[in-house]
Design a protein around this ligand. Sequence first.
Ligand code: NDP
Ligand code: GUE
Length: 284
Amino acid sequence: MTAQLIDGNALSAQVRAEVAQRAAALTARGHRPGLAVILVGDNPASAVYVRNKVKACADAGFHSVLEKYDADLSEAALLARIDALNKDPAIHGILVQLPLPRHIDDHKVIETISPAKDVDGFHVASAGALMVGEVGFKACTPYGCMKMLESIGLKDLRGKHAVVIGRSNIVGKPMAMMLLQANATVTVCHSGTADLGAFTRQADVVVAAVGKRNVLTADMVKPGAVVIDVGMNRNDEGKLCGDVDFAGVREVAGWITPVPGGVGPMTITMLLVNTLEAAERAAA
Ligand SMILES: NC(=O)C1=CN([C@@H]2O[C@H](COP(=O)(O)OP(=O)(O)OC[C@H]3O[C@@H](n4cnc5c(N)ncnc54)[C@H](OP(=O)(O)O)[C@@H]3O)[C@@H](O)[C@H]2O)C=CC1
Ligand SMILES: Nc1nc(=O)c2c([nH]1)NC[C@@H]1CN(c3ccc(C(=O)N[C@@H](CCC(=O)O)C(=O)O)cc3)C=[N+]21
């Protein structure tokens, strides 16, 4: 059996077309959605992602501003910029690209963003809202993974066992909460898990969010399972690859997301969805 692909580019195109329509309607009423992206330093990967985000905004008809700063920008100066953007009525979403230079405390930066403009969903208020089932911005990467599951008919995961590999605040933990909210039985694995395969082999849905190649191999997957690959790594030839041994796992899984063309584009799509919602709320 060869797994079917969950195509993140195709699903993104569909969702982004709807976003563009809603954005046009808001713009016609004088409330064009606006996103501010802040990039500090010269991490080359960050520069690529940030450019993709700004381009996606333009394609959807959003207003967007990209603010680039040298790596030696002071924490105080960054917090002051965020404060100004919090008050700027043309800006509905604020994204500070991570990682930040070491002398800047990411926690402080994220908590300075107004929860109403926290389109990354990283603020403690957004994380708390997800935890207790209240309205708030959902972290874009796990939100995109949930959309991908929905696209193959798995909106409700009642009776399914989902295994998340990774427990970061920006991917693993919110992923587990969203799966739980969708009624899955959820197991979270991490670097302290003794026998990862023993868990993943029981999973109907596996989400790999580790940042290491070949964390999930064919022998660790139940036949027919859904495999979502969040990882972004480079192989020996410098090519982008995920955490999953794609060639092996696709022969066992029922569904699989590719890298590139899977979760990455969906992350940007959900950033647009969140920014549009922020603008719609501000206009209401
Ligand atoms: N496609 C996209 O849009 C995005 C992709 N990414 C990618 O996803 C990956 C994960 O990102 P992020 O969550 O930020 O990364 P972190 O490094 O913050 O977290 C990695 C997690 O993996 C766990 N881990 C490490 N080694 C193992 C192992 N051998 N077995 C099981 N678990 C392990 C860690 O455990 P512990 O907690 O014990 O240290 C940790 O919880 C990266 O490749 C990143 O580039 C991230 C964001 C968006
Ligand atoms: N504040 C903040 N918010 C983030 O959402 C955030 C962040 N910081 N820091 C880094 C991670 C990573 N991330 C990606 C987004 C899109 C792709 C993406 O579009 N990937 C394409 C390929 C891109 C390429 O060719 O390199 C794909 O998978 O097809 C990848 C990774 C968002 N992140």
